[in-house]
Design a protein around this ligand. Structure first.
Ligand code: SF4
Length: 447
């Protein structure tokens, strides 16, 4: 593990050689205090060591205080992280009441000079209240000031983070974690590698929070997350992880816990043999479950495929299904399917459309999980197309990064459809939205 500074959120130590910390985020409405408290308790029980809650605006600060009070009264000590977008004042207001504040430099304040002034104020409040900060840069929402200089690139992400970390150093504030997330595993890995190198050169290596953002759901979301996160963890980069899935947040924790345990050397792969000829590999597994197999394959071969040490992979062997039956990877076709998914996750070969979908959070005003499933089932024929399904109109369009098309829930049963960054249709009733999306895509292909 790379030697880093240590950040502290409540009782949880991040970096500095401490075990990898597993975290997740609530998808309840923060104003629904009871539902959020109940979800936090379920997430703690499922293994979350830190829990993030969205704080959309000043009105939610009181709810966060109440959630914290109720959790502590129930004996739940899990640190709470406030997630802030577009409101530097909200970050400053909530900082005394939480263990950590996540800010996004790309949308902390629309004026860059004012953003720097507000960040200095936030650091003072955090110092006073012993609150940690995450400088959370996202590929899809870099500020104009940085993309004008470096484009929408991994280099720009690392440069953006270094500027904000520099402000922390200048103020003598070191209780900081940093992240550079992207839904594109190659961009994400490249950005973190650049950041790690830049921090080493500057002499202050802050702990790193790893995640593949907007990874989607199901096998593909898990594999993308495992590929990106494991590649970095295997290089000693990363101190806390979030696997973000467009599913209930409890469902994120098995993959996150697996990653923390595997790179904490508590578990090993179910790979039983490996033969490599040139850049082709045949790997044999004997896995106790499908889930273990999926995690093992992603971690065993993600980095090798991304770094182009391998070009092809064949999976043989078996796993035990939920009914206790042994399933052959060759006969069931699961081996070939997992290779296809792995090739897509590592962006070596695309065999179906690429989906970007945020996990949803307290800003989401519609059933994003059902919408993603419908979009996937109706667009599966559109190979070589990148389709985003996003949970809110405030942050979603900015976070879609390099999607060709975007389905963005507005709330109140309405959807906006985007082509790249351009809104094509607004306020479409939800039950018509996928039809309209398909019409636009088909019309575009016909031109
Ligand atoms: S894009 Fe998704 S995860 Fe991000 S703030 Fe909006 S609903 Fe929440």
């Amino acid at each position: 593990m790379m030697q880093t500074l240590t950040a502290r959120a409540g009782d949880v130590l991040i970096g500095g050689g401490n075990p990898i910390v597993v975290q997740t985020m609530c998808n309840t409405h923060t104003s629904d205090v009871e539902a959020t408290v109940a979800q936090c308790i379920r997430l703690r029980d499922a293994g979350a060591q830190m829990i993030r809650i969205t704080v959309p605006g000043q009105n939610d600060v009181g709810s966060v205080r109440l959630i914290k009070e109720k959790l502590r009264a129930a004996g739940v000590t899990t640190p709470i992280v406030a997630d802030i977008h577009f409101s530097s004042q909200t970050a400053i207001s909530v900082a005394p009441f939480v263990e950590k504040v996540r800010i996004n430099p790309g949308n902390f304040h629309k004026d860059h000079d004012e953003a720097r002034r507000q960040f200095a104020r936030l650091l003072s409040v955090c110092k006073e209240h012993d609150t940690a900060i995450r400088v959370g840069v996202n590929h899809g929402s870099l500020g104009d000031y940085i993309t004008n200089l470096y484009g929408n690139t991994p280099e720009a992400m690392a440069k953006a983070a270094m500027e904000w970390l520099g402000m922390c150093v200048d103020q003598g504030f070191f209780n900081v974690v940093v992240s550079l997330k992207s839904s594109n595993t190659i961009v994400m890995v490249d950005a973190y590698r650049r950041l790690a190198k830049a921090m080493q050169e500057e002499g202050h290596v802050f702990p790193m929070h790893l995640g593949v953002t907007e990874a989607g759901n199901g096998d593909s979301g898990r594999m993308k997350s495992c590929v990106g996160i494991s590649t970095l963890l295997s290089e000693g980069i990363g101190d806390t992880v979030r696997v973000s899935l467009t599913e209930d947040p409890e469902a994120e924790l098995p993959a996150a816990r697996y990653l923390a345990a595997r790179y904490g050397r508590e578990i090993v792969s179910s790979l039983t043999s490996l033969s490599i000829t040139g850049r082709d590999a045949v790997a044999n597994y004997h896995s106790p479950s499908y889930e273990t197999l999926l995690f093992d394959v992603s971690c065993d071969f993600g980095k090798r495929l991304m770094d182009k040490d391998l070009d092809n992979l064949v999976l043989t062997g078996d796993y035990v299904d939920d009914g206790g039956r042994t399933v052959s990877l060759e006969e069931s076709g699961k081996g070939a399917y997992l290779v296809d998914e792995l090739m897509q996750a590592t962006r070596r070969r695309f065999y179906r459309p690429e989906y970007i979908a945020c996990p949803g959070c307290g800003r989401t005003m519609y059933n994003i999980q059902a919408a993603l499933e419908e979009v996937k089932s109706r667009t599966s024929h559109l190979k070589d197309t990148v389709i985003a399904v996003m949970g809110c109109i405030v942050n979603g369009p900015g976070e879609m990064a390099d999607a060709d098309w975007g389905y963005v829930g507005e709330g109140n049963g309405k959807v906006s459809i985007y082509k790249g960054r351009t809104p094509m249709l607004r306020h479409i009733p939800e039950n018509e939205a996928v039809d309209r999306l398909l019409e636009l895509i088909e019309g575009d292909k016909a031109i």
